[in-house]
Design a protein around this ligand. Structure first.
Ligand code: FES
Ligand SMILES: [Fe+2]
Length: 439
């Protein structure tokens, strides 16, 4: 990619052509077949970049975070040279799992079975009775098995494929687009995972379209323009895509002449009087952009200088192949990520992370589950239905179980998609490309 071209031009060049869909059927068995689940694992999960942690979890050498994906556990650690590395979380002696908790701090990585001791760079330093190995002393010879590990956007990414493209290259133009948000300066103030009784793709399908918004998320109409004709959809050749939805703008279906919640309080926060916009609510978006532009720097949002006016109010919703949705706003972003269950294709583990860039001196922030301290959140893990994972995500999940059941029916053979849902079939086709060895 030629970096001297403008971002707009590089974005244009990265798009797929007009007839980008082959029309591969989205059959029901993709959501419940163990064989298909195994194919996804063998050909896709073990080959794609995935987020394992947040860089802020590794303030110093010896900080460890583990991350589960399928049957694997990935161990990430900051080494003595300051580099964050990723290893399979397994001892090279007899296969014991090294670290059983999600987060810890260590001087060395020590297996609790026979006390083999590894350095933070993964090299085996001590093995008890090291002279008693007929095949040779394992010290200086063995080490934890390392994975590719790279940083982007304040996140720690890993890839099980040693031959994978570098992360930035794999993200392509998406990385350049995301840079302007300075994600690394945002704090994860909400960190939740819930187990849901559906295949991971039931949820990912949902995040690849906004056709459901009017039916499932009526509340959003007061501040998001949900008309697909006013929404931009961009599908990139490398499997990623994005959808640009206008924010701070009531949808056409909203009849009230008054500015509705939560837009009225957002305006108040930025020193605008919602009353003054009675009867001209469609003008709020541009007024808010102007106001944010004027006041942003003094509130600590120096990155506004990187953002176009529409990015100050709108939602840039990325779906990064295969399973990450990043919803970008000017001062916050969220990651929605359904991960495959280790053994059951009809279950998944759904992550909802919310990041905020607090204003100067701000101690509390608004999150999808209410007010929270403006500091890193603890990880909450629960089963779907036990508590809210954010009202919008709850609404998305409210149809997931019924769809999972419906997909088993002999009466379902393929989806009949609207044009605005093209990204759904697209990522299924990219999965097929991985499985067929075309990627
Ligand atoms: S399995 Fe780890 S030291 Fe034996
Ligand atoms: Fe939704």
């Amino acid at each position: 990619m030629n970096a001297s071209l403008s971002l707009a031009e590089r974005t244009r060049q990265a798009l797929v052509g007009e007839d980008f869909l082959r029309g591969d059927p989205i059959t029901g068995d993709r959501y419940y077949s163990r064989e298909f689940m195994q194919q996804e694992w063998d050909h896709m999960w073990t080959r794609t970049w995935q987020v394992g942690a947040v860089e802020a979890q590794f303030p110093e050498a010896g900080c460890v975070v583990t991350h589960e994906i399928g049957n694997e556990s990935i161990l990430m650690v900051r080494d003595d040279e300051g580099r964050i590395r990723a290893f399979y979380n397994v001892c090279q002696h007899r296969g014991n799992r090294m670290i059983e908790c999600e987060e810890t701090k260590v001087k060395r990585l020590v297996c609790n079975y026979h006390s083999w001791c590894y350095g933070l760079n993964g090299a085996l330093l001590i093995a008890k009775d090291s002279g008693d190995f007929p095949q040779g002393n394992p010290v200086g010879k063995l080490g934890l098995k390392e994975l590719r590990c790279e940083m982007f956007g304040g996140l720690v990414w890993f890839n099980m494929d040693q031959n994978a493209k570098p992360l930035r290259e794999a993200l392509g133009v998406v990385a350049d687009q995301l840079d302007c948000y300075e994600m690394g300066k945002m704090t994860r103030v909400m960190h939740m995972t819930c187990e849901v009784n559906c295949n991971w793709k039931v949820i990912q399908d949902n995040f690849n379209e906004a056709y459901h918004v009017q039916a499932l998320h009526k509340e959003l109409a007061t501040f998001i323009d949900d008309d697909y004709q006013n929404t931009e959809f961009e599908v990139f050749q490398n499997g990623h895509s994005r959808m640009l939805m206008k924010g701070a703008l009531p949808a056409a279906g909203v009849k009230s002449k008054k500015v509705q919640a939560p837009l009225d309080s957002i305006m108040r926060h930025w020193g605008l009087d919602a009353e003054e916009f009675q009867g001209r609510t469609h003008e709020v978006r541009l007024a808010l952009q102007k106001q944010k532009r004027a006041l942003g720097a003094e509130r600590g949002y120096s990155h506004y200088a990187n953002l176009a006016d529409d990015q100050l109010t709108d939602y840039y919703h990325y779906t990064l192949f295969p399973n990450m949705s990043f919803t970008m706003a000017a001062e916050s972003y969220q990651i929605l990520r359904p991960q495959p269950h280790p053994t059951d294709p009809e279950k998944c583990l759904f992550d909802h992370w919310f990041f905020v860039r607090p204003e100067e001196g701000q101690v509390e922030v608004e999150t999808p589950v209410g007010i929270a301290p403006a500091k890193p959140a603890k990880h909450e893990v629960f089963k779907h239905g036990d508590k809210s994972i954010g009202f919008v995500a709850d609404q998305d999940l409210s149809v997931a179980i019924a769809q999972q059941r419906g997909l088993h029916s002999r009466g379902y053979t393929d989806s009949y998609l609207a044009g605005q849902e093209s990204r759904v079939r697209r990522y299924h086709e990219v999965i097929n490309d991985y499985i067929a060895g075309r990627v």
